[in-house]
Design a protein around this ligand. Sequence first.
Ligand code: SF4
Ligand code: SF4
Ligand code: FES
Length: 286
Amino acid sequence: MTDGTADPGFVSETEEAEATEEAEAAEEATVTLRVWRGDAAGGDLVDYTLPANEGEVVLDVVHRIQATLAPDLACRWNCKAGKCGSCSSEINGKPGLMCMTRVDELPEGPITVTPMRTFPILRDLVTDVSFNYEVAKRVPAFAPLPAGPEGYRMQQVDVERGQEFRKCIECFLCQDVCHVIRDHEDNKQHYAGPRFFIRLAELEMHPLDTNDRRELVRQRMGIGLCNITKCCTEVCPEHIKITDNAIIPLKERVVDSSYDPVAWLGRKILGRHKRTAEEAAAAAPH
Ligand code: SF4
Ligand code: SF4
Ligand code: FES
């Protein structure tokens, strides 16, 4: 006799078949990374296929490749938390951090991982990013006047403006994607790139700073070459609005310094003296 309620232990044939199918699929699921291997002399893409693990990021798979299939695969990383800026690469052709790119959010099929194209290859996924450190040396440092009896005072709005730029983790993905240097090696001589435009904007907007870097930005940092494509903003893992909040205001300031008579008169009347490009460059560490 039955009371009409379903037997909790009963599993229909359909459910059983579905469960088996799922178990088999889970057992068979694999992930393939198509990794660029080589050095400055040349190289090629190599496929590595491993069992897929749930919740992994691309860097996890690279580490498993190193542990099991290719112990000599070179990649740079430190924090695995999106904070050190070391694991920059190009994933399916788009600049990104390997440690912040989830495998299950990428389209199905092999995942291509290549080194940043704008910088010289050292080995495999590791590039020589020293160009950026050379540019950094050319940025004149923060130079405040001596503090008054009450110390330094700033409005909160000025404090907050610079905070956004200070989130930069120096991953150089914005430098990598910027076509001005990505497609024109020669421009590296005359162009600082988006990472340094935010640094220069931060310093230029600082009310306590006395260095006037506007001519430097125009003449030697090449801001005129940026045509505001916003590609840098799109790839920034810290979501810094590089173009809108740094580059465009910096361009406006540079134009004001050269061509705006009202701004010139205002500076004369207010007597705000900032150093010239030459003075600012001379003050930079060499
Ligand atoms: S907006 Fe300017 S700095 Fe940013 S990627 Fe485009 S050209 Fe380069
Ligand atoms: S601005 Fe963004 S993309 Fe550029 S180096 Fe800093 S964190 Fe990386
Ligand atoms: S390992 Fe530090 S940002 Fe990816």
